[in-house]
Each structure stands twice: as C-alpha cells, then as structure tokens.
Design a protein around this ligand. Sequence first.
Ligand SMILES: Cc1cc2nc3c(=O)[nH]c(=O)nc-3n(C[C@H](O)[C@H](O)[C@H](O)COP(=O)(O)OP(=O)(O)OC[C@H]3O[C@@H](n4cnc5c(N)ncnc54)[C@H](O)[C@@H]3O)c2cc1C
Length: 564
Amino acid sequence: MLPRRLAAPAATWERDVDVVVLGSGAAGLSAALAVRPVRSVLVVTKDILSAGSTQWAQGGLAGVLDPTDSIEDHVRDTLEAGAGLCDEAVVRELVTEAPKAIRYLMRLGAAFDPEQGGTDVALTREGGHSHNRIVHSGGDRSGAEVQRTLDESAVGAGVEVMGHAFALDLVMGTAPDGERQVVGVRIGKTDEHGLLVSVGIVNARAVVIASGGYGQVFASTSNPPAVTGDGVAIALRAGLPVTDVEFVQFHPTVLWRGPDAWGQQALISEAVRGEGAILFDAAGERVMTGVHPLEDLAPRDVVAAAISRRMAEAPGGVDDHVYLDATHLGERFYTRFPSITEACREIGLDPAVDRIPVAPAAHYACGGIRAGLDGSTSLRGLYAVGEVSATGVHGANRLASNSLTESIVSGTWVGRDLAWEVPDRMPVAVDVDDPLDHPLLDTARLREVRAVMSRHVGVVRDAGSLAAAAGALGSIARSMCPPARIGDVVEPHGGVQPSVEPSRRTWEATNILTVATAMVAAALARTESRGCHRRSDHPEPRPEWRHHLDVRLDAAGAISVEDR
Ligand SMILES: Cc1cc2nc3c(=O)[nH]c(=O)nc-3n(C[C@H](O)[C@H](O)[C@H](O)COP(=O)(O)OP(=O)(O)OC[C@H]3O[C@@H](n4cnc5c(N)ncnc54)[C@H](O)[C@@H]3O)c2cc1C
C-alpha cells in the first residue's frame, strides 16, 4: 500500500499568502510574474531556481512566426503527434497563443538566435513539424535563456522565493458548502544537501502546482535530478485523479555513455536531425529508411520505437545503442550545438568527425494532473501548470517544443486569472491526521524501482513485462516503514522496524514509487499501442481505446484505474 501523506514532523511555523506556487521552472515563474503585481505570491522550490527541466531544454519554443506557416498547420501537426487523444480546442488555444508567448519572452529580455546575417529570429524545424517554427537561443541553450529571463524578471518584480523548500502535501479541508478545498501546503525546509531543517505550513487562497514531470522515475532520462514526479504524487495523495500517465515520451537520442550510465544523460536534440543528421545502426545501415515518410524527422515515438527494434534485432544479441551521424555539419556543429559538443568531448568524441552513440531515454511526461490550459483543476483552490499538468495539448504524445510554450502560456494565464480573482477565504474544517504514521521508502530501494521501470516499462512494453514491474513495485512498497518517533528503540531485528528519516531523498523516493505504480497500472490497462505507449502484445491502436485513463489512490493506499 502506498502512503496517503509524506511523513514529516509536526509544523513549527506558518506563513500566509494569497497564492503559493510550487516550482520555479518556466511554468511556475510565469505564474508568479503574472500574479505578482496585485497579490502576495510565494514561490516554493525544493532546490535552486534553475533545478528543473526548463534549464536543460535545447531545441526551443514552437510558434507560428513565419508568414508562410499557419496556425492550422501547427494545430494539425500537434494533433497528429497526439495520436487521437489531444483536445483539439485546447490545442488551437495554445497554438494561437504561442507566438504571443514567444514575443512576451522577448519583451522580458530573452535573446533568441537571429537568422544568419539578419535581424529576424531564426526558425528551425524538429520532428513532426511540417514547417520551420522553433525559436532557439545560444544554439542549443534555449531553456537556459528562458530560465535566465524568467529568474531575472521574477527577481526584478520582487517575487519572493523560498528555496530548498520541499512541497510535501496539500492542506485540505471541507468548506461550509460541503465542497473539498485546498487551503495551503505543508513544506519541508531542508539544507542544501536535502536534510530536514523544519516543517511549516503555507496558508494560501490558491495553490499552483508547477513541479514539472517525472523522468527520474526511470534509470536513464534526459531530466535533471529534481524531476521526480512530486506534483503527481501530491495530487494522488489528495485523492485527485491523474490522467494519461502511461504516455511517457522517450527521447530517441540521448548520448550513450556506456552500459553503466545512470540518471540524467545528455540530450542530443532533435534539432541535430533537423539540421540533416542521420541515424545508423552498428552495421552502418540507416535506421529510419522505409519506417516513416519523414524518415529521421519522424515523430519521436516512431523514431524511439524504430531504434529499440533495431537494437533488439541486432545480430548476435541486443545492442544498447545506435549512431547519429552529423559529420556533414563539420565545424558548424560546434557553434550551432555548443552544449552537445561539450557533452561529446567529455567522452572523447568530436561530433564534427565522429558518429555520436545514442539510445532512447525517458524524456517528457505527457500525462499528469488533469487541468485546463488556465491551470484550473477539479479541486477548489488547486491549479496545475506546465509539465505536471495534462491539459489535452499533448494527448498520447507531445509534438517537439510545444511544452515550453505551453508552460509559458498556462503559467501566465493562471497568474492573470488569480490576479483578477482568488477563491474566497472560508472557514474550512481542515483535515487532521499525523503524517508520521505514514511510511517512507528507504533510498536504498530507489535504484531498484528505477531499474524495474527502465527494464520493464520502457519504449516497448507487454503484459508480461508490466506484470513483472507491478509485482516488483508491490514488493518494494511492502518494505516501506514509518519514520521512528522520539523514544522509539530502532532495532534491526525484532522490536521496532528499521526506520527511514524524513529528508528530501526519502520524500523523492516515496514519490517516485507512487508515480511508478500509477504508471504501470495505466500501462497494463491500456491494451493497445498509441502515441508513445507501445505494447508489443497489442501493436496497433484500437478505436475503442480512443479515450483517457484516470488513475487514483484510494483511502487505503491502493491504485485504481478508470476509463474517462
Ligand atoms: C534535456 C531536455 C530538453 C528539452 N528540450 C525542450 C525543448 O527544446 N522544447 C520544449 O518545449 N521542451 C523541452 N523540454 C521539456 C521542457 O523543458 C519542460 O517540459 C518544461 O521546461 C517544463 O517546465 P515546468 O516549469 O513545468 O517544469 P520544470 O522546469 O521541470 O520545473 C519544475 C520545478 O519544480 C520544482 N519542484 C519539483 N518538485 C518540487 C517539490 N516537491 N517542492 C518544491 N519544488 C519542487 C523543481 O525544483 C523545479 O523548480 C526538454 C526537457 C529536457 C529535460
């Protein structure tokens, strides 16, 4: 059984604000900036400002800026990538707002790369896009420029930030009209190593979750260490359904650094294929020939599945990587892709001369907390924006570079709405329980969880691999125990069970196990292949499956899946 609260000692401090934002990536800072002029806002973030995925984005932001491109084409490309599960009206809203979001960032000071020898912004292309419509910065440092711009704007606007502050759970209660309402968030303040310093409550009229995705649920991912699915786990523990969590986008090309590489891996952006790079297998055969009309620029799920298949079919056993050849770019590679050049040089490769070894790895969470593009959720006082949310934009698979744009649009919209109006302060009867009664996962078991997910729930799944994953995660969950209380005698054999201490690492480990369990349940239930969810035992999409799956955590800590 999974815990319904994250274990932590009693709160010793309180704060009151109008709006609290959980996370300081593109979505969280956009929200805080928009709400700041008229309301008190506090950004709570578990590390430094730039610890999320935003800082690492390479390709850029998608938006229709070229007169020969059109909103309709961007909508069509997004719907096609989403494989029948996008909400077309929401896609249209996002795509229409995208050029404004890009111009807004430029007004805030973001420097996007100009066309060669010109002053207009350069537009490039990524997999699944029918036009050049991606703006980028510093070659492949687009996310770092977005994060820098928003960090500086937030500081300039006087947004208050509480760093090294871990959002544990929502504070909830029942309003006089009988409706459930969020009235704040429980925070674990830590030192910079993640050790617990104190626990407090931030009371707020609106809580905006902007905590990013969950790439770190897998052993190998493009996501930085902070991206551990905390927001999705918080929502599950609050009794909210999360949706589409089986749709994890695996990036086809992360740098393969050897069989023992673990954790965050350097991304070899799709823009490299946009500039003409080609995938080859170990035998020197092209991987994408005959697979898709767009060949190496096919949508990500198609490329990742083709690479996985080619690796599995390798003569003499399974290969663990293929190669990306960008040598036609010569030394232009260094200036167009400076971070990738750096990552290649770290392992002794020169991308202007050598083929780059690559393999698929977990990259983007298409699913999450069900929310509108304006961040609204089904729970009064709760909002979700950015990668943690599932708004209907991405459906079963995200179109490249739509996510940063979505984070800016959603974040700004929720901020503007909350500047206009926040839920009333009502005399809510707040739920009371003792979080120390709930178990935490020992970090020693975390490696096992992530290895299970990469081995059994990767690019291609089947009923057998998913059942094995469910069994392994269940047995790991049974090993969890509550933290010791003062006065407990902790003995390894007999007496009180060995205990784990509340800290950033054990909270993250517990959240990762919770999200992994939800993801496996949804992946088992969806007996078809659609978008980035590929089942080798059900290789085709099935019309009766053209709907969403909601996953919930019940009061006893069990996961259930229902059709929506
Ligand atoms: C390598 C890489 C390349 C990418 N390239 C592109 C691209 O080119 N174009 C594109 O559109 N998208 C790209 N993406 C995806 C894109 O970067 C993300 O979808 C987007 O940045 C998400 O923004 P966000 O604000 O929702 O989350 P994040 O930027 O991940 O921020 C989440 C924030 O929440 C904080 N947080 C998490 N849990 C807690 C907690 N419990 N308590 C307090 N704080 C918490 C984190 O510390 C962080 O500050 C890429 C992603 C990666 C990893």
